[in-house]
Design a binder for this molecule. Structure first.
Ligand code: XMP
Length: 344
């Protein structure tokens, strides 16, 4: 018997009795291995999303930004160092949350050592298929080497077995979601993947590390659904792509519209840029309109998530997760859910 699966657009949350009068009553604070975050949002470790400027804004607004690993260990640690200096002036509390990605391959130890010496306190083992022996060894290596000096995020996985194993191997947080990202082609190229919403739902009752929903989150409604399904935090790429704080130059078309590149890290463009050759393409590169500062976007997302909580009558993430009730919607329901005014 083949098991069914649901994605964000297949479900809605049922509005419930609420006594919440203002979004100020809603607290989105979440926790990852003792580290507290005022906003449950993380910017993806991708070379068109997170370097020092994005990581700084994410931290200052209460979320987390993970510096990507698609450069040399020296380049990546100098980005981390820049971030630490500029954070020391503005928010000493954020200095303990500087995060950077590492692979599970042969540069794991030298790269991690350099990063930790530059002030990184959260290491993210960033692997497309994270339920893997190499990731088991990478988590154990980092935990042995740095003990409580670093928090370890690992992934990505799509199943409760994967989530449970990574947690047992020592991960403090696990990225859940395979093939759902807006720039991913993994499911088409390999036939593998699970809708991110379903994966989170499948993991929620399994004891283990903090859950990070990752891939395919298109709007604040999807963030709300991911948290209701069991996520402690959500990771986003496309929602932040095109903002001023992303790496890369903007360019404009003949009508004067400005754009930036947003690309999957397994796209041909990204692979050629960071390792000079491409194999096993599982992502695409695209351009997105420039959106201005990420601050505005984070503020809107925060307000909308808080409104979402108030529709379920919840003041905190744990309250929301126990109150939230999902229903399935049909494709005509999805049509009704989107704005559908008739124009003449
Ligand atoms: P969104 O939907 O927020 O997704 O744009 C961002 C997430 O996508 C993952 N990612 C990839 N997955 N091929 C993939 O299959 C890729 O080239 C690729 N690049 C990024 C990653 O988990 C990220 O957070």
């Amino acid at each position: 018997m083949i098991k069914g699966s649901l994605c964000f657009d297949d479900v809605l949350l049922v509005p419930r009795y609420s006594k919440i009068n203002s979004r100020k009553e809603v607290d989105l604070t979440t926790e990852m291995s003792g580290l507290k975050f005022r906003l449950p949002e993380i910017s993806s470790p991708m070379d068109t999303v997170t370097e020092s400027e994005m990581a700084k804004e994410m931290l200052l607004r209460g979320g987390l930004g993970i510096i990507h690993r698609y450069n040399t260990p020296e380049e990546q640690s100098s980005i981390a160092l820049d971030l630490r200096e500029s954070l020391e002036e503005q928010s000493s509390a954020s200095v303990n949350k500087i995060a950077a990605a590492v692979g599970a391959g042969k540069d794991l130890i030298p790269r991690s050592e350099l990063l930790v010496n530059s002030g990184v306190r959260i290491l993210c083992i960033d692997v497309a298929h994270g339920h893997h022996a190499l990731v088991e060894s990478a988590i154990k290596t980092l935990k042995d080497r740095f003990a409580n000096r670093v928090t370890v995020i690992a992934g990505n996985v799509a199943t409760p077995e994967g989530y449970s194993d990574l947690s047992e191997w020592g991960a403090d947080a696990v990225r859940i979601g395979i093939g759902g990202g807006s720039i991913c082609s993994t499911r088409i190229q390999t036939g593998h993947g699970v809708p991110t919403f379903q994966s989170v739902l499948d993991c929620r009752d399994v004891p283990g590390a903090a859950i990070i929903a990752d891939g395919g989150i298109k709007n604040s409604g999807d963030m709300v659904k991911a948290i209701a399904a069991g996520a402690d935090m959500v990771m986003v790429g496309s929602l932040l792509a095109g903002t001023d704080e992303t790496p890369g130059e903007s360019f404009h078309d003949s009508d004067g519209n400005t754009f930036k590149v947003y690309r999957g890290m397994a796209s041909i463009e990204a692979q050629v840029a960071w390792r000079g050759k491409a194999r096993s393409l599982e992502g695409v590169s695209t351009t997105v309109p420039c959106k201005g500062s990420v601050r505005r976007i984070l503020l809107d997302l925060e307000q909308n998530i808080k409104s979402g909580f108030s529709y379920s009558g919840a003041r905190s993430i744990s309250e929301f997760q126990s109150l939230a009730r999902f229903i399935r919607q049909t494709s005509s329901g999805l049509g009704e859910s989107k704005t559908h005014i008739l124009f003449k």
